[in-house]
Design a binder for this molecule. Structure first.
Ligand code: SAH
Ligand code: TYD
Ligand code: ZN
Length: 407
């Protein structure tokens, strides 16, 4: 674990604005019978006074997070499957019309790539987590199990040639060595090609007090300003942005090689909007910090009150995000006896740090609890729809974004 008090990108001064204390790795689920010590690291977040990039102060080695047993599977949500299918169709109808070559960084189980592959389009997925990519491979997608960076990009260029589209979702923000990725992308892009990535938007995190978006894997919390600065450093430029209603609010950033495309008006508009709301002003960050502490107090008070009144409460969705919530708030099996989750690789294991058992979704209705903390709040619509019987039995959902409330 290495601590940095300077910006991982430009070396500028890092102003720390929130510390969660020592936390486990969010996806380091514990298997039964495993009594080894858990790895803890200091989770704190700061902003660079020079390039404005919001980032963690401490870096976890990549091999400890992304390995063959990495449990996250992208295809567990129907809403996200639809989202990625339409992303793929958009590329097939525009940038890849006729033919082309698409590379996906962090393809996981092939949730996006499968539509590209089904269309017969040349593609390559790059992802170090072998278990997560098994499904993609078995469905005929081409995948390399390695970390994408400048070095692996050189190998890909030599063997595959340049790409028309390099796409990545929920991965670029996971990478402290992001400049190496950007340099690799710039070397692999065909002259008119584009680099498109989607990641959580710091603007939404602040607006919704979505503090659970902060954990080891989310090393960077992007703004349009910070990504525009970052692009410049690798000979690229930010040419388009789109605000997406996925995972609680993301931005799709589109980059091209410098001078290859004309930036849309949306880029300037979003830069203006970020300035107008003072998104990275110290006063805003201070308000965020107060709101996070209030959220923690309110959630803990509610759960303790329910326990005191003998109510049955469980968790829904053993998300990476829930690791920050349970460990920062001090929520263990005494307050939540179990969390249900539809990911087979998570079931039968314990949440990191907080040691709450994870059970399959069938456990939810046997019998229904009286309250359920929705840790997968970004999938609220899909899950509430699927679990409408719960409400009919009088069950209530507990949400903590944008503030603690019961529905
Ligand atoms: N794109 C999917 C998966 C996101 S999870 C989605 O949006 O749902 C992040 C994925 O990035 C994991 O599968 C992880 O193994 C992978 N990853 C992490 N670092 C990477 C790197 N340097 N190059 C390629 N993939 C990486
Ligand atoms: P997600 O919010 O996508 O990501 P992260 O782990 O990065 O915070 O995780 C959603 C979790 O919720 C995932 O483990 C699968 C689970 N889930 C269900 O159990 N049922 C569902 O219907 C959906 C959509 C997700
Ligand atoms: Zn910086």
């Amino acid at each position: 674990m290495s601590a940095v008090s300077s910006c991982r990108i430009c070396g500028g001064h890092l102003h720390e604005f929130f510390e969660f204390g020592r936390q486990p790795l969010a996806n380091a689920l514990i298997s039964p019978g495993h009594d080894g010590e858990e790895l803890l690291f200091r989770l704190a977040v700061g902003i660079c006074r020079s390039c404005t990039m919001v980032q963690l102060t401490d870096e976890v080695p990549r091999e400890l997070m992304f390995h063959d047993a990495y449990p996250y599977r992208s295809s567990g949500s129907a809403f996200m499957r639809d989202h990625f299918e339409s992303v793929a169709h958009e590329f097939l109808d525009t940038e890849l019309k006729g033919n082309g070559f698409l590379i996906e960084i962090g393809c996981n189980d092939g949730v996006m790539l499968r539509t590209i592959a089904a269309a017969g389009m040349r593609h390559l997925g790059v992802d170090p987590s072998r278990g997560a990519t098994e499904a993609a491979r078995s469905q005929g997608m081409r995948v390399r199990n390695c970390f994408f960076d400048e070095a692996s990009a050189a190998g890909i260029l030599a063997e595959e040639g340049p790409a028309n589209v390099i796409y990545s979702a929920n991965t670029i923000s996971h990478v402290p060595y992001v400049e190496s990725i950007f340099n690799g992308v710039a070397s692999l892009l065909a002259p008119g090609g584009i680099f498109v990535f989607e990641d959580p938007y710091f603007g939404d995190i602040v607006e919704r007090t979505a503090f659970d978006q902060i954990y080891d894997e989310h090393f960077f919390l992007f703004t349009v300003r910070s990504v525009a600065n970052l692009a410049e450093r690798s000979g690229m430029q930010l040419v388009d942005v789109a605000h997406l209603p996925v995972h609680g609010g993301e931005i799709r950033f589109t980059l091209s090689l410098r001078g290859a495309r004309e930036p849309t008006a949306r880029v300037a508009e979003m830069l203006r909007a970020e300035d107008a709301r003072g998104l990275t002003d110290l006063a805003t960050l201070q308000r965020f910090s107060m709101a996070v502490q209030n959220s923690r107090r309110a959630l803990l008070a509610l759960l303790r009150d329910l326990r005191g009144r003998g109510k049955r409460v469980v968790g829904y969705g053993a998300t990476a995000k829930s690791a920050t919530v349970t460990n920062y708030c001090g929520i263990g099996p005494d307050l939540l006896p179990f969390i249900v989750d539809n990911t087979p690789a998570k079931q039968g294991r314990l949440t990191p740090g907080s040691h709450i058992p994870i059970r399959p979704p069938e456990a939810f209705s046997r019998p229904y609890p009286e309250f359920a903390v929705l840790f997968a709040w970004n999938h609220a619509r899909e899950i509430m729809e699927k679990e409408r019987e719960f409400r009919k039995t009088g069950g209530r959902w507990i949400l903590y974004v944008p503030q603690v409330h019961v529905v």
